[in-house]
Ligand binder design. Structure first.
Ligand SMILES: [Zn+2]
Ligand SMILES: [Zn+2]
Length: 407
């Protein structure tokens, strides 16, 4: 189910509903395009049904959505997670918001939101650790490395109020009498909402043209001056990109990949020859491989976990030759939905997936350090089949049903 979020056009104030992953937004009244950015994470409110005069108290819950990859003796395992966890340590309040994030229409917290917001006491790192330990139990031992890949860490505020006793304001139902009293909910330090949403006008910083992209894209294109941009706290920042040339022009769909140059220590991995040895590639070593720099490749779009790893591994093991052009692809282009930071988190898992023999390398994983240096966004052309997309150079086939919408 899609998570819907109420919001207002920053230009004219007209109401709008965004889906959780939507960033680029065209107002249906004033037609102005804006792009939603964040400095840390998004904060959402669950809707309340409290009486009008109730003083609302908002309890914070961390929500995490993504995939946990674990490198184990038996191979790389994955698990999709969408969990929430109370960010206070109040035993009498629900430990998570359960399915409410899916069943209810949430709002962004804006400075207009009334009520007291209790600050999280548990750092999100601690909560993530708890999740990790839970999932750890079901894995075959030993676990050599774990990585979260996914982009949605957010804070959800659940409304409560006090009227003789504490009420769950979502349902407007009293909590058990002990709840909230044992721990004085009303006396916990709280703050007023002071979290503005940041919108950037979707205009090219270089030439002023309208930026274009899908509604959920993390990278916006200027078709006028052939440039790509990503939003940061200080505005749009240019992204280096390239497009792999293709002999055929028709029926192509371009998918974005992050090509990442990293310094690897703890194992020899600086040239393509090193890679061939480490992955035990079943091909004859070519003399020029010694001089061909090694790069990691990761999809820059969301895929089902297994397909994500396979695509990353295949692109890393058999990267396309640098037959690139510095202009935007013509034809259908898939949006960037996986940020480079997430791709960086997955590098060790990618390495764990291709290193052979695994039983010799995996125990050394914790000594291996991967220090990313530079990245390039590369658009690779795929032929479009009825059921799948095919990249012939990489011998990579992506089933249409394995493309994952991020919501
Ligand atoms: Zn508007
Ligand atoms: Zn431009």
């Amino acid at each position: 189910m899609k998570l819907l979020i109420e919001h207002q056009c920053p230009q004219c104030g007209a109401p709008a509903i965004l889906e959780e992953t939507e960033r680029l937004f065209t107002c249906s009244f004033c037609r102005v395009k804006s792009y939603l950015t964040r400095s840390d994470y998004f904060r959402y409110l669950l809707p309340h049904h409290a009486p009008e005069n109730a003083d609302l108290i908002y309890v914070p819950y961390w929500r995490y959505k993504g995939t946990l990859f674990s490198a184990t003796q038996a191979g790389v395992r994955h698990r999709c997670i969408d969990v929430s966890h109370q960010a206070l340590e109040l035993a009498t309040l629900p430990i998570s918001v359960g399915l409410r994030t899916q069943a209810l229409k949430m709002k962004f917290v804006t400075p207009a939101a009334s009520g007291g917001f209790i600050e999280p006491r548990l750092a999100h790192g601690q909560v993530v650790k708890t999740f990790q330990e839970q999932f750890h139990k079901s894995l075959p031992r030993p676990v050599f490395h774990q990585a979260y890949v996914g982009d949605a860490l957010s804070l959800i505020y659940a409304p409560f109020y006090e009227k003789g006793r504490f009420y769950d304001a979502v349902l407007n139902q009293p909590l058990p009498t002990s709840a909230g009293h044992e721990t004085p909910l009303g006396r916990l330090p709280s703050v007023k909402s002071h979290w503005p949403l940041h919108f950037l006008p979707a205009l090219c910083p270089s030439c002023g043209w309208d930026l274009a992209g899908e509604r959920d894209t993390l990278a916006l294109a200027c078709r006028n001056c052939d440039s790509m941009w990503q939003a940061t706290a200080d505005g749009f920042k240019e992204i280096n990109f390239a497009t792999l040339k293709s002999a055929s022009r028709d029926g192509l769909r371009y998918f974005p990949f992050w090509r990442i140059a990293a310094r690897v220590s703890g194992v020899a991995l600086s040239s393509y020859a090193d890679l061939a040895r480490l992955a035990n590639l079943p091909v004859a070593m070519q003399p020029d491989w010694q001089h061909r720099a090694f790069r990691f490749w990761s999809p820059a779009f969301s895929l089902r976990p297994k397909t994500f790893l396979r695509a990353a591994t295949q692109a890393t093991l058999a990267p396309p030759r640098d037959n690139f052009t510095r202009s935007l692809p013509h034809g259908e282009v898939a949006p960037v939905t996986l940020p480079v930071a997430e791709a960086l988190d997955s590098l060790k898992i990618i390495l764990a997936g291709f290193a052979k023999p695994a039983r010799r390398l995996l125990p050394r994983l914790s000594d291996i350090l991967i220090d990313p240096q530079r990245y390039l966004l590369v658009y690779l052309p795929f032929e479009t089949g009825r059921l799948e997309f095919i990249q012939p150079d990489l011998n990579l086939v992506i089933n249409r049903t394995h493309l994952q919408t991020t919501s």
